[in-house]
Ligand binder design. Sequence first.
Ligand code: MG
Ligand code: FE
Length: 163
Amino acid sequence: MNKVEANLMAWLRNTHAMEEQAVTMLTSLASRTGDYPDVKARIESHLAETKRQAEALEECIKRRGGDTSILKDLAAKTVAFGQGVSGMFVEDEIVKGAMASYTFEHMEAAAYRVLIAAAEAVGDTQTQTVCERILQEELSMASDLERQLSILTRKYLSRSRVK
Ligand code: MG
Ligand code: FE
């Protein structure tokens, strides 16, 4: 494995860990958005998408000859962070959760842009295609959350006014 290939492998692993973390965060957020059915439905659909993304990355790692047995360790380490972020959702949780998710989708989009460029650099068109598809899913989720942020905040505020 040359230097560039090693970089691509490291970034694939990191991004896989990021997706595992996303599963933890989205699961937690979905369970707390019962009062906001539109948001909940969108989170659940992205949760399913996110699980497929993690599998697709694992396939890319395997295809490139990477060891997938250590993926679990890396994911376990980042779960702690995911749970920390999930813990943020307890008070004005829904608004903070939406903000955190919006930010997280952009971090994911950045990771996929890096992967696309690295896959292109080593001529791995399959990995490039997979990452281009996932990038669109992250951008779509980011733009849906962008739209939902103000709607959600207004709903949250009008609800707390009633109480
Ligand atoms: Mg993702
Ligand atoms: Fe995502």
